[in-house]
Design a protein around this ligand. Structure first.
Ligand SMILES: *[C@@H]1O[C@H](CO)[C@@H](O)[C@H](O)[C@H]1NC(C)=O
Ligand SMILES: *[C@@H]1O[C@H](CO)[C@@H](O)[C@H](O)[C@H]1NC(C)=O
Length: 262
């Protein structure tokens, strides 16, 4: 009898562990070494924005597996490099509000889309050396695959010594929390933890800098909506103008994306 009871106890304990793996499971979507070589980089990331080379500033993104003048991977670090140019055609951005193109620069996006559901969240982190100079507009952000919003900005520097954490519920309903950012180009870490709220519609986003929680924001109806993760060095636009007459380099390392839950 004692033997049977012990066996039953062990069986129930094993069953319990098998039935509740969600509390422990975490799946690596992008490992921290994705900038270790171009072949590793290209298995997790694609060149440019998901929609092409142009967006809301004066930089046109340029790069491919055979053109690494503005998108460079070396020493486990991604460098996005903006250089002044006057000869890119067409001369204005194809994206609203169609600013004149003054720079060639770099953007990349994760091949895996980020979709928070009631069963799984995400932790997205990295280390950043970001310019805060007027006219430089680096970012590390999530934006809707279909329509817009959702958008959540984990890193967005707009030409002053601040990082902006933003979550857009609509194009005009946005929550922004600013944290001061050193101007010396030293690396600092940013992290966003995304989880579904109990209403199964809204997403809670906890934003960290250097492992300290700095802001908590809520995205209305973000559950189930796929998002792109983008890293780009845009120029001018919201960060002021004129931008620098020399080269600007935005460096990123140890980017990691983990899906938590099932
Ligand atoms: C412009 O792009 C940045 C990211 O680079 C984004 O945070 C911002 O919401 C965009 N602004 C507009 C008006 O589209
Ligand atoms: C966005 O919606 C969420 C969920 O309803 C709400 O908690 C949050 O305050 C809203 N943000 C803004 C800026 O209104």
């Amino acid at each position: 009898m004692i033997f049977q009871t012990l066996t039953g106890t062990i069986f129930l304990t094993t069953l319990g562990l098998l039935c509740s793996p969600t509390a422990y499971a975490a799946t690596t979507v992008i490992p921290s070494n994705s900038f270790s070589s171009y072949s590793t980089f290209e298995s997790y990331w694609a060149y440019l924005y998901p929609w092409g080379s142009d967006h809301n500033g004066s930089a046109r993104m340029k790069g491919s597996s055979s053109d690494h003048s503005n998108i460079v991977v070396a020493s486990n670090t991604l460098s996005l490099i903006a250089t002044p140019t006057s000869n890119l055609s067409p001369p204005t951005s194809s994206a609203d509000p169609h600013p004149a193109i003054h720079y060639a620069s770099g953007a990349i996006h994760a091949k895996s889309q980020i979709t928070v559901t009631s069963a799984n969240g995400y932790t997205i982190s990295g280390e950043f050396s970001a310019s805060t100079a007027k006219g430089t507009w680096p970012a590390f952000w999530l934006t809707a695959v279909n329509g817009w919003p959702p958008e959540a900005d984990i890193g967005e520097w707009k030409g002053t010594a601040n990082n902006w954490y933003n979550t857009f519920n609509t194009s005009s309903v946005v929550r922004s929390d600013l944290v001061s950012w050193p101007t010396d180009l030293s690396f600092h870490s940013l992290k966003a933890v995304l989880t579904a709220e109990s209403n199964n519609a809204d997403v809670k986003i906890q934003f960290y800098m250097d492992n300290t929680l700095r802001a908590t924001q809520y995205g209305q109806g973000f559950v189930g909506k796929p998002m792109w993760l983008i890293i780009n060095l845009q120029m001018e636009g919201s960060s002021g103008s004129p931008g620098p007459t020399g080269t600007t380099t935005y460096k990123i390392r140890n980017v990691e994306v983990t899906r938590t839950g099932s």
